[in-house]
Ligand binder design. Structure first.
Ligand SMILES: Cc1cc2nc3c(=O)[nH]c(=O)nc-3n(C[C@H](O)[C@H](O)[C@H](O)COP(=O)(O)OP(=O)(O)OC[C@H]3O[C@@H](n4cnc5c(N)ncnc54)[C@H](O)[C@@H]3O)c2cc1C
Length: 575
């Protein structure tokens, strides 16, 4: 159950850099703090090109690190830096020595490495992107944004002058040779030198994202920027398939789906820890006995805490390649790319569900304090809204995967426990969708009926697959059976109608199963909390009374000498 990276970043949590930032700092300063935090985490991990390219245990350990719960924003930068920028460059640098120095600067986090695919007018249909890299007679490139809709949208390009950090982009653009569109390639493009933008590159900083640490998200234009021949990552000939060239150029986004998903392990685990500790120290007077009792004595606190812990351990079990067949397959470069993408999609959809569902419940159960970002849970939840969209929008990857599975184009890893409830649920939903396609839609998947009837079911189907992966991984990794039972109840609660009709489990039966599972797990709460290693990462001021009042010292305080009479005292004569 222990986490690989349990202690690597613990020293950082004691440094000034990782303490709560005052909200009133100017935005540019807050942006730069996020980069310094990302750099500090990177320097604990010291990932190599080999780690990034082979998807080593250390690469995944960084994404499972509890430091995510202290601040999600630096993790977003790290995953772009290592997975997208370095990950796209690394295979080319292995063959082309001239690329190694720039790859090393990115690996050392000496500069900020960005990955620019999305354009303002092309998000999920990025395959139709319009940024061009036109090859000139001397082999160099003219890199250009043909119109505003082709400006790169979201990846940060704001200069980091306060910390003198240069930026380099791995940018996906259409290669044009002799007037011919030869499909997309990644290009290495300097964006800023640490002080100012590079010539011909224009950045317009986007307004801040709701509830998220600022990273300097931007709109970025290229005005006939001249790039050397070495900037192109890939051959300049016409590819056999433009679609395959596109998929090869953006392959690391699939890794990113799972890498961003993995942040759910610490996000949910540390959030559960914060609520558990708060619930143990917060007391009320019991209306039954008149005695002071901690709120953790209420079942309505215990349920979200224990479910979140079960989710965190089940997701963590899935991310261990020794015991998790699905994850091992994802990391296998020889496996069918469609299956690898499918595994990542199913896992990410459930990971994002667990974060949004658990963090909503956990933060609500902290009361008013749950609404403050400094108490971590709601901050994690809001930040992770972005992760559900970036690197594979969960709805759209679910639609793609479910459609291909319904059509029988390939299979994901078969259930190891086919008679288990989660495996029966998954098989039942897929069989039902196949039957509807065949019998009601005449087998036509490009039809209005498919759009109306099947598309809205896709997320439910894909979540069922991901939940089955995590459930099986938890069993195979030897996660405490009490937590596995709890995780199973959590799955049942996501689709009670199906289990009522197909497994004869009414809502009261599910309620009783939950009661049994929570009662069994509760005595081991301390053991589970310790196994999250969250102690040093739960920096919420509400963790202790002392910490809260120390923190409250920093609040703006108002005093005065005014004396006003709100209620007029009646004059003596009228009495
Ligand atoms: C926090 C964050 C960081 C990001 N960082 C980067 C980055 O570093 N580099 C980069 O290149 N990009 C980045 N992006 C952009 C991201 O990749 C895009 O936001 C994403 O691809 C979705 O594109 P869009 O926002 O334009 O949504 P759109 O394409 O406009 O889609 C909006 C909605 O339309 C619906 N929809 C669209 N297509 C379909 C379909 N085929 N079937 C059914 N429904 C559909 C879905 O409901 C979808 O959610 C980032 C985004 C976020 C939120």
């Amino acid at each position: 159950m222990d986490r690989l990276s349990a202690t690597l970043t613990t020293p950082l949590t004691k440094t000034d850099l990782f303490q709560i930032k005052p909200d009133e700092l100017p935005v540019q300063e807050r942006i730069e703090i996020e980069y310094l935090r990302a750099q500090a985490i990177a320097r604990q991990y010291k990932l190599t090109a080999e780690d990034v390219h082979t998807l080593s245990d250390k690469f995944w350990a960084m994404h499972l690190d509890n430091i995510t719960a202290v601040d999600v924003a630096p993790m977003a930068l790290l995953t772009i830096q290592y997975n997208l920028a370095a990950g796209t460059l690394a295979p080319w640098a292995a063959k082309r020595p001239e690329l190694r120095p720039i790859l090393q600067r990115i690996l050392d986090f000496e500069c900020s490495g960005q990955f620019m695919l999305t354009e303002q007018a092309h998000g999920l249909d990025a395959i139709h992107l319009e940024t061009t890299a036109t090859m000139l007679p001397d082999g160099s490139f003219d890199f250009h944004t043909p119109h505003d809709g082709a400006a790169k949208y979201m990846p940060p390009s704001v200069p980091l002058a306060g910390i003198n950090m240069a930026r380099i982009g791995v940018i996906i653009a259409k290669l044009v040779v002799d007037g011919e569109d030869r499909g997309v390639r990644p290009f290495v493009v300097p964006l800023s030198d640490g002080k100012q933008m590079c010539q011909g590159v224009v950045c317009r900083q986007l307004p801040e994202r709701a509830g998220a640490g600022p990273l300097g998200h931007s709109l970025t234009w290229f005005n006939h920027v001249r790039l050397p021949p070495s900037a192109c990552l890939g051959p300049t000939e016409m590819p056999k398939s433009k679609k395959a060239a596109f998929q090869a150029a953006i392959w690391r986004i699939t890794v990113g789906s799972l890498a961003l998903g993995a942040l759910a392990v610490p996000a949910v685990g540390v959030s559960a820890y914060v609520l558990a500790r708060y619930s143990q120290r917060r007391t009320v007077v019991s209306s039954d006995t008149g005695k002071v009792v901690p709120i953790v004595s209420f079942r309505t606190q215990q349920i979200p805490i224990l479910h979140a812990l079960a989710q965190s351990f089940a997701m963590n079990a899935f991310m261990q390649r020794k015991t998790s067949g699905g994850f091992a397959l994802f990391c296998d470069p020889k496996a069918d790319i469609r299956v690898r993408m499918g595994v990542a999609a199913a896992a990410k959809c459930v990971m994002m569900l667990h974060i949004q569902e658990s963090c909503t419940q956990l933060s609500e159960r902290v009361g008013a304090q749950g609404l403050s970002c400094y108490n971590q849970i709601i901050a994690i939840q809001l930040e992770m809204r972005g992760a559900a969209i970036a690197e594979g929008d969960t709805l759209v990857i679910a639609i793609r995967l479910a459609t291909e599975l319904i059509l029988g184009r390939y299979e994901l890893p078969a259930p190891r426990y086919p008679t288990s409830l989660p495996a029966r649920h998954e098989a039942g939903l897929i069989a039902e969708a196949r039957s509807i396609l065949k019998n009601k839609l005449g087998g036509k998947h490009r039809s209005d009926e498919f759009n109306r009837l099947i598309l809205p079911r896709c997320e439910v189907i894909v979540r069922a697959i991901g939940e089955r992966f995590f459930y099986e991984a938890a069993i195979d990794a030897g996660v405490d059976k009490k937590l596995v039972d709890l995780y199973e109840v959590n799955i049942l609660k996501h689709d009670p109608a199906w289990y009522a009709v197909n497994a004869g489990l009414g809502s009261w039966e599910i309620n009783e199963r939950e009661d049994t599972a929570v009662s069994a797990a509760l005595p081991d709460l301390e053991k589970y909390l310790a196994a999250t290693h969250a102690h040093d990462y739960a920096l919420a001021p509400i963790m202790t009374n002392e910490r809260w009042w120390n923190f409250a010292q920093s609040f703006v305080t108002f005093t005065g000498g005014a004396s006003t009479e709100v209620i007029q005292t009646p004059s003596a004569g009228k009495l």
